[in-house]
Ligand binder design. Structure first.
Ligand code: HH2
Length: 387
């Protein structure tokens, strides 16, 4: 007899090992998924809920650790599902079992596509989002695409290199930046969006925090709104996104580009970022934005120090578990310089490496300046992951 590790922490590996030994593939997949071990943090939690939770967890075969105002439950998905459903008659507080049940059902979502105002973008493989900053002052490509003709040429080059989406922004959000006024942002963005929508056959996203800019760009042919404030900056943004049926990227940030660095304090960065993103997502859903239109982004470099960015990348599962496609934007950012010692114009290899790390942790969309380098690295990652 020989003992072989079945890579059981990777449900797909376990499912294929079972299927190769004659288990029906659908059943093999369900068995593998149900057997995956998960740890969930429940916070805030009052004592009235903690006592029955500890008791019910023990009955369901789930480990439960509690402290002041929190609990962590650890078990297989199958057992956690049992805990959420409760025995009949259930003795779990209704609020707890409803919240746990909703979380587990979101977690089951395997979003393989993104619905925008004009189409559905497939996400079985890595999706490259090319950055087109129509700004004089962006931290790495400021001024390069400032004239519409340069932006169009840049867009064509990125399409050639494998970009599937083009993200046009008229405001630099580098730390400490003070942005253009609305009229100037419109003046920068609109001609480029119009030209791209007319002449380049790729979905166009507009990177803005202003609802009037988003609205005008959507009317000019954009189909996605990428809002680095997570839809928090402009109260009308939710309505504009909903009315246009636009795809939307909800990105995590604290404060605004001028103040965010001072707010980079976390006790448990991955859990806090995921929790704050979940709140913004819930607000969007409550306002009527379609679930399939929402992509989440941890906001690398926004209100995060280098160690926070690495921790968020490593623990991206806290965000993918919310059940939406995840975008990351590591491109040429300071934290990559901190790891490699490279200057901003020499960080494309580091960017590709960060994209691969994120892909392995479940991200599907990658916002980059150098599309060709990231495309090649991600083609290998996709092949390893069987996409
Ligand atoms: N990063 C930047 C801008 N927009 N959008 C998303 N969804 N995710 C990101 O990480 C992200 C973003 C900042 O990078 P860049 O556009 O290169 O620079 P600048 O803000 O200076 O124009």
């Amino acid at each position: 007899m020989r003992v072989t590790a079945l890579a059981g922490e990777v449900p797909a590996a376990l499912a294929s090992a079972l299927a190769a030994r004659g288990v029906d593939p659908v059943r093999a997949e369900a068995l593998a998924a149900g057997g995956a071990q998960v740890a969930l943090l429940l916070e805030p939690l009052d004592d009235a809920d903690a006592v029955p939770l500890v008791r019910e967890a023990a009955a369901a075969g789930v480990d439960c650790h509690t402290g002041e105002g929190w609990a962590v439950v650890v078990g297989t998905l199958a057992r956690l599902g049992g805990l959420a459903r409760g025995a009949a008659p259930t003795r779990m507080p209704e609020r707890l079992s409803a919240e746990l049940g909703r979380f587990l059902s979101d977690r089951q979502e395997r979003p393989e596509a993104w619905r925008t105002a004009r189409r559905t973008i497939p996400l079985e493989r890595s999706c490259l989002v090319g950055i087109l900053n129509v700004t004089p002052d962006s931290f790495s490509d400021g001024g390069r695409h400032f004239a519409p003709a340069d932006a169009l040429a840049g867009a064509r080059a990125m399409q050639e290199a494998g970009a599937a989406i083009l993200d046009v922004g008229g405001e630099s959000t580098r730390p400490g930046a003070t942005g253009p006024d609305e009229a100037e942002e419109l003046r920068r963005v609109l001609p480029v969006v119009r030209a791209l929508a007319g002449e380049v056959a790729l979905p166009v996203s507009v990177d803005t925090r202003r609802s009037r800019v988003a609205e005008a760009a959507l009317a000019a042919g954009a189909e996605i709104v990428n809002d680095v404030s997570g839809l928090a900056h402009d109260p009308r943004m939710l309505e504009v996104v909903k009315d246009a049926g636009a795809g939307v990227v909800i990105m995590h940030m604290r404060g605004d580009p001028a103040t965010m660095d001072a707010r980079a304090t976390y006790a448990d960065v991955a859990a806090e970022v995921a929790g704050e993103l979940a709140e913004r997502r819930d607000r969007a859903l409550e306002s009527g934005v379609a679930r399939e239109a929402i992509v989440l982004d941890p906001g690398l470099g926004f209100a995060k120090r280098p160690e926070h960015n690495f921790a968020v990348l490593d623990r991206l599962a806290s965000i993918t578990a919310l059940g939406h496609p995840v975008m990351v934007g590591p491109s040429r950012k300071r934290f990559l310089g901190a790891a490699t010692g490279r200057a901003v114009d020499q960080r494309d290899a580091a960017t590709a490496a960060a994209c691969v790390a994120a892909r392995i942790r479940g991200a599907r969309l990658f916002r980059v300046h150098d599309v060709a380098a990231a495309r090649e690295a991600l083609a290998v990652a996709d092949a390893v992951l069987g996409a």
